[in-house]
Design a protein around this ligand. Structure first.
Ligand code: ADE
Ligand code: ZN
Ligand code: ZN
Length: 257
């Protein structure tokens, strides 16, 4: 009897699951990589606005405010869903905004000399997060399965879905802190970094779609996956974190001259 009572007490915590967001560690890695690639001017501007906090430290702000209804309107900014065989410009944009329009809005405010300090701080924190989110392949996803959220899977015999697998399971099970993970990423040459920073947000979306197609093709609904999946896809995941980081730096370096 006692054991059932105990189980009953434990039930809420057993059922508790985090909302599907690109791992907090993943966002911090993107922030950390970006911080290392800032120009002097950008580093100063960022430090002035964040008052000593680093890009890694503010990288989860946009998820932290999600439960505050005041900020409901920003929820669709974390991703963009449209057919993977179409270009972003070929489909009607969502009237609620998406990660592309979100990044554009942040850039616009940060370039506006009349924007208040509070606005600048807010949109800088949003920008750090959104450039990271965009590089989670399933945040450039298909609407019909909500970026893989409706594709159920078993990961190490526990229920998950394709979106959550890429948001958090793969990174979190790896068990590294964000500094360890940032340190362990491959070192890119100057030329590689420059190549990654070429283009604009729409070019990046198009490139990410290619990765997204691969990720959708990587599993069948209901499939049971184990170590081999992470082993196969880890390089891709690391590359997305690096790309997110160096591109965030590129955007900030452009904004702050
Ligand atoms: N909700 C609906 N589509 C989504 C996506 N692609 N990423 C995150 N959350 C979503
Ligand atoms: Zn997500
Ligand atoms: Zn997010």
């Amino acid at each position: 009897m006692r054991i059932y009572f105990l189980l009953l007490l434990l039930l809420p915590s057993l059922c508790w699951s985090n909302p599907p967001v690109w791992s907090r560690t993943g966002h911090r890695v993107v922030g950390e990589v970006a911080q290392e690639h800032l120009s002097r001017k950008a580093r100063k501007a960022v430090a002035r606005l964040l008052g000593g906090e680093t890009l890694a430290e503010v990288s989860n702000f946009a998820d932290d405010i999600k439960s505050d209804t005041t900020y409901r309107g920003y929820s669709p900014w974390h991703y963009v869903n449209f057919p993977l065989d179409k270009a972003y410009t070929e489909v009607d944009p969502s009237p609620y905004g998406d990660v592309v329009t979100g990044i554009r809005k942040c850039t616009e405010v940060l370039k506006d000399p009349d924007a208040s300090r509070d606005q600048q701080v807010f949109y800088l924190k949003m920008l750090v997060h959104l450039v990271g989110d965009m590089h989670q392949p399933l945040h450039v996803g298909r609407a019909e399965d909500r970026g893989g959220n409706d594709i159920q899977l078993q990961y190490f015999d526990r229920g998950t879905n394709l979106h959550r697998l890429w948001d958090s399971n793969l990174i979190d099970d790896y068990g590294m802190s964000y500094t360890e993970l940032a340190q362990s990423l491959p070192r890119w040459s100057k030329a590689q970094i420059k190549a990654a920073q070429q283009g604009d947000v729409l070019d990046w979306v198009e490139e990410i779609q290619e990765v997204t197609r691969g990720v959708y093709g990587s599993v069948n609904t209901g499939e049971k996956i184990y170590y081999a999946y992470r082993y196969t896809w880890w390089d891709t995941l690391e590359e997305q974190l690096l790309l997110g980081g160096v591109r965030l730096a590129a955007v900030l370096n452009e904004i702050y001259g």
